[in-house]
Ligand binder design. Structure first.
Ligand code: COA
Length: 320
């Protein structure tokens, strides 16, 4: 079965950024507590006219533009989200309509919370292999502000809105590996809009313990599967939930800290959008070179986890 390589990325953020100081005016918290416990300094919240769908459309069209592909060349579109505008149509179908993707392709949403983008990539890979297609448009988007309890200081300070997208190409050329897993648990829980409770609820300490066990397990699992070591990896792109979680894992693995990308200070935890936003951050800041190996690690609600090894083809594709 072919693997996948990443040929482009895109992202979109709401207009409104919300600082820790601004949150401190709404709940009993302060910048020092939030920064020291999470590394988060600001996040974005949607306002009038913005939603998970509008962000997904913007991120996906940027990723297509950067890949120099037309919408007609996309062979499947998968969107990871837990906060789409509607139960149906899916966010992916709304992206299809907005961008003018073909009608003879599979288009669907995936719910694996913060692991969603990596689950979506794996689903896309299976579809491309099964259907013989070449290009997958994979999106992660969230409007978590819609399901946050703004009176609960233990959760509302953690999350933000945003979207990221990637174009992934089916290939035999570059190394690809993934491992996905899940353990049904309500340690992180949010019901759909309209039902009770509709807000994100979380057992903070239990989730922390889960995360610092899952990340090293995913990294070691991918390295064992591929025969690589961390020396062969250019970037480790973890889900950006909390800086302390990543730092804890770096220590546990005795890993080189400079390989672990971090951007949670600017965006907070954007769940399914987190990993594609990080990938796009690497691209935008000029830190990706053709052939670079990216070890992505997702973990979150479900509980779910995933490790995915991708190669960045980006620049070579854009100049081809
Ligand atoms: N501002 C100020 N104080 C706060 C606060 C806030 N926003 N949130 C909680 N506190 C208080 C608590 O009430 C508690 O006070 P007490 O000792 O008087 O009872 C104290 O801070 C410690 O709370 P605790 O929950 O033990 O803090 P913590 O060190 O475990 O940090 C998290 C809380 C949420 C930051 C941490 O558990 C965490 O990062 N968990 C993982 C969360 C996550 O990333 N989830 C998403 C995974 S995809």
């Amino acid at each position: 079965m072919n693997g996948l390589q990443l040929i482009s990325t895109g992202s979109a953020l709401p207009r409104r950024s919300v600082s820790n100081e601004e949150l401190a005016q709404m709940v009993d918290t302060d910048d020092a507590w939030i920064t020291s416990r999470t590394g988060i300094q600001q996040r974005y919240f949607c306002s009038e006219g913005e939603s998970a769908v509008s962000l997904a459309i913007a991120a996906a069209s940027e990723a297509l533009r950067n890949a120099q592909l037309t919408p007609q060349e996309v062979d499947c579109c998968i969107c990871a989200t837990v906060s789409g505008d509607f139960a149906t149509p899916s966010v992916a179908c709304m992206v299809q309509a907005a961008l003018g993707l073909r009608e003879d392709i599979p288009v669907l949403d995936v719910n694996a919370a913060c692991t969603g983008f990596l689950y979506a990539a794996s689903v896309a890979r299976g579809l491309l292999c099964g259907n013989g297609g070449r290009y997958a448009l994979v999106i992660g988007c969230e409007q978590l502000s819609r399901i946050l309890d703004m009176t609960d200081r233990t959760t509302c300070i953690l999350f933000g809105d945003g979207a990221g997208a990637g174009v992934l190409e089916s290939t035999q050329e570059s190394l690809y590996a993934d491992l996905l897993g899940a353990r049904g648990s309500q340690a992180i829980c949010a019901a759909g809009p309209g039902s009770q409770p509709s807000h994100i609820q979380m057992e903070g300490r239990a989730v922390f313990r889960f995360a610092v066990e899952a990340i090293p397990r995913c990294i070691e699992g991918i390295l064992a599967k591929t025969g690589l070591t961390l020396d062969d990896i250019d970037w480790v792109v973890c889900h950006q939930a909390n800086e302390r979680i990543i730092d804890h894992c770096i220590k546990k693995l005795s890993a080189p800290a400079e390989k672990f990308y971090k951007n949670m200070s600017r965006y907070g935890n954007t769940s399914a959008a987190s990993i594609p936003l990080a990938l796009d951050g690497l691209r935008q800041s000029g830190q990706l070179r053709p052939g670079m190996r990216l070890l992505c690690v997702g973990f979150g609600g479900g509980l779910t986890w995933a490790g995915t090894l991708l190669t960045w083809k980006g620049d070579s594709h854009e100049t081809a």
